[in-house]
Design a protein. Structure first.
Length: 327
C-alpha cells in the first residue's frame, strides 16, 4: 500500500441490528473524521432489523445491504467484505453500530497499513485495564479467550475479540469466513495462519450502563459458540497437532498398561489379577493409532486446502484488482 497514493478508497463496514438510535450519530461522526487524500464511504449491513435502521442509513447517504432476516454478525461482515472487494476499495474498516468505538480512532487503525507496517490492524481495548462499565464477567471472558488464542498461535495479543479492525487488500483477498454467529476469533486465526501481518493499536471504547451485547448477550451461549469456532479453526489449520498430541498421550498410556502387565508376569509368574490391564492397554494403543491415522489424513487434506485457498486468492486478486496497480 502506497502511503502517498491519492484518491485512497476506504470502506467503513457497519453490521447493524436494530440500531436506529445509535446509527445516525455514528455515521455523522465518521463523516466528521475524514482522512486526508482519502474517500471514506460507509456501508451498513442491516441484519434483519425491525426498526428504522435501513432508513437511517439511507438518510445519511450510506451504502446499504439488507438481510431479509437476522443471520448473524459473521455473515453480515462477510457480505461487507465482498462489497469492498467488488468495488475495489483499497482499505476496509469494520466498526460496531452502537457507538461503542470512537470514529476518530479510524485514523489510528489505518495508519500502520498506510505505513506498510501491517495488513490487518486490530483495536486494543484493555491497555488501561477493564474499561468503565464493562461487566467483569465479560472482561475476564475476553482475557480467557485471549489466552486460548495466544496458546494456539504462540502469540502475545491482548485483545483478539475487538470488533474494530482495519484491513488492506491483501488481508481482504485472503480472508474466508464461515461462521454466522461471530467472526473475531475465526478471522484472527484464519489470517494469522496465512502469515498476514497483524498489529494492535489502542482504541477508546464506551460501555453504556445496562446495554446488552448483540453477540454476547448470553455469556454461556457466547462461550459455547466461540469455543466451537476456535476448535474448528484449530482442527482446520493444525490438524496433525490437534490429533497427534492426544494420539501420543493415549498410545503412551496404553504401552504403560501393557508394560506393567508383562513386568508383573515376569516377576510373579501370572497375569492375575491384572489381566484387564492388557485389554485396556491394547485398546488405548489402538485408539492412539486411529487418532494418528486421522491426523495424518487430515494433514494431507490440509495441504490440499492450502493449494485451493492459494488458487482462490489468485482468482480473487485477478477478478477484483486486475487493473489496480497497487497490488
Amino acid at each position: 500500500m502506497d502511503p502517498n497514493k491519492e484518491n485512497l478508497k476506504i470502506l467503513v463496514i457497519i453490521p447493524a441490528y436494530n440500531e436506529e438510535d445509535s446509527l445516525g450519530p455514528l455515521l455523522s461522526n465518521i463523516k466528521k473524521n475524514d482522512i486526508p487524500n482519502a474517500r471514506m464511504d460507509c456501508l451498513v449491513i442491516d441484519d434483519g432489523s425491525q426498526d428504522g435502521t435501513a432508513r437511517v442509513a439511507q438518510t445519511h447517504g450510506a451504502l446499504l445491504i439488507k438481510n431479509h432476516q437476522n443471520q448473524g454478525v459473521g455473515l453480515s461482515l462477510s457480505r461487507g467484505i465482498e462489497c469492498a472487494l467488488s468495488r475495489k476499495y483499497d482499505l476496509a474498516v469494520n466498526i460496531d453500530a452502537d457507538n461503542q468505538f470512537e470514529p476518530e480512532d479510524i485514523k489510528k487503525l489505518v495508519a500502520p497499513i498506510l505505513n506498510q507496517e501491517a495488513d490487518m490492524v486490530v483495536g486494543e481495548r484493555f491497555g488501561s485495564g477493564r474499561p468503565q462499565n464493562m461487566p467483569k464477567i465479560k472482561y475476564y471472558g475476553n482475557k480467557i479467550m485471549n489466552r486460548i488464542i495466544n496458546t494456539i498461535i504462540k502469540g502475545d495479543y491482548s485483545d483478539v475479540s475487538c470488533g474494530f479492525r482495519a484491513y488492506n487488500q491483501n488481508a481482504l483477498i485472503n480472508l474466508n469466513l464461515f461462521g454466522k454467529f461471530t467472526y473475531t476469533q475465526e478471522m484472527f486465526l484464519d489470517l494469522y495462519f496465512k502469515n498476514i501481518n497483524i498489529k494492535q493499536v489502542p482504541v477508546r471504547v464506551n460501555y453504556f450502563p445496562g446495554r446488552r451485547s448483540r453477540v454476547a448477550g448470553n455469556l454461556f451461549s457466547y462461550i459455547w459458540k466461540t469455543s466451537k469456532i476456535i476448535l474448528r479453526s484449530f482442527v482446520y489449520f493444525k490438524p496433525l497437532k490437534f490429533f497427534g498430541i492426544p494420539a501420543l498421550i493415549t498410545s503412551v498410556a496404553g504401552l504403560g498398561f501393557v508394560g506393567f502387565l508383562f513386568f508383573y508376569r515376569l516377576t510373579n509368574g501370572s497375569y492375575t489379577p491384572f489381566k484387564a490391564y492388557g485389554f485396556i492397554g491394547v485398546a488405548l494403543i489402538f485408539f492412539g493409532l486411529l487418532l494418528m491415522a486421522i491426523g495424518l489424513m487430515s494433514d494431507i487434506l490440509d495441504k490440499n486446502r492450502r493449494i485451493n485457498e492459494k488458487i482462490l486468492y489468485l482468482i480473487k486478486k485477478d477478478k477484483f484488482y486486475k487493473n489496480n496497480t497497487d497490488k
